[in-house]
Design a protein around this ligand. Sequence first.
Ligand code: NAD
Length: 390
Amino acid sequence: MQSSTTLESKDTNRIDEDFPLFSQLQSYEHEQIVVCSEPSIGLKAIIAIHDTTLGPALGGTRMWNYNNEQEAIRDVLRLSRGMTYKAAISGLNLGGGKAVIIGDARTDKNEQLFRAFGRYVDSLGGRYITAEDVGIDVKDMEWVSMETKYVTGTPKATGGSGDPSPVTAYGVYVGMKAAAKKAYGSDSLEGKRIAIQGAGHVSSHLAKFLADENADLYICDIYEDKVNEVAEMTGAEVVDPDNIYGLDVDIFSPCALGGVVNDETIPQFKCDIIAGAANNVLDEEEKHGNVLLDKNIIYAPDYVINAGGLINVASELEGYNEERAHNKASRIYDTILDILNYSEDNDMPTYAASNILAEKRIKKVGSIQKIYSSKSQFSGHIGDMYKAKR
Ligand code: NAD
């Protein structure tokens, strides 16, 4: 008689041949993927729940005109997995999730679409909590929240946490100080030469923190009015966007785009530290993470140092309090230092050290769940606190 394991794997292999979706789910170790369809209104959405060991899966909804369904699936799987790591390393009791709506954010939006999507979110009973992401604005989320309470990152005017950028900037600031502590033995940024790429929401607040500490700032943006405004407010020197990588500075702070640490830019860097708000800073994580390690450039992993935004929306689930969100974001200092020390002790790139520490936390917290607690019957997760609040 065959063991059930053998039968199971045989069956899974058969399914894999027909639906590569299952092998993709398994390769990233996702728990669930929900395909949401309502042809009468053109809704095509996918919700991916990666891991809920630590709590309900939280992550924004992205609306994007994907070239094909495969591209949308790949994106939602990759992004939701990233949220698991971000929440775990940030010490949050949240899992990783993400949703994508396939469509053109300029032409395909309407009330029905978002309310239908909201119903799908609601059907998951709090396993997934959504928020804004690329292509989604406040009005869209208002429609979603007509159908579900599992929405966060709502405007301050309606009791929510509002724009996360100030808290994100604060997290980047303290994370940069932690990297300075590792590099120079002191976390003071006074007199440090810092190049900031981008003069947007996060970097304008970041530049203010740095200017208050008397750092020597250089800043660029593709829009002259934006960069001039931040320069005027902080005394930063405006530089050409093409020259930002090769400046003779101590710290490079990418706060605009992803992929800016790549084969072309690395040879230009003269900095000791790379620490900024942008997502997916390393063009190729493994390759460029290793090159930075070899060149002795300290890289503060993006999803750790920019977690202030997630910390901010997570605070909303417990009843938003700005001071508490700032306090939680200040822990990014210790988290970055732990990662940098682990990276040094194990001679590995910082992104890899961060992934390992995030996985360790998930495993450790997961292992205590076998102990019965009165909280267990309510699950004790943030989603339930949220329910209680409303
Ligand atoms: P933003 O759009 O307000 O600012 C980005 C700025 O970069 C803009 O002013 C843009 O003109 C500029 N820019 C674009 N291309 C550039 C280039 N080639 N050279 C120089 N400047 C360029 O965005 P933001 O909210 O400040 O976010 C900045 C980055 O941080 C993004 O990568 C975002 O994904 C990430 N992030 C933001 C938050 C948040 O709370 N806003 C949270 C986590 C991560």
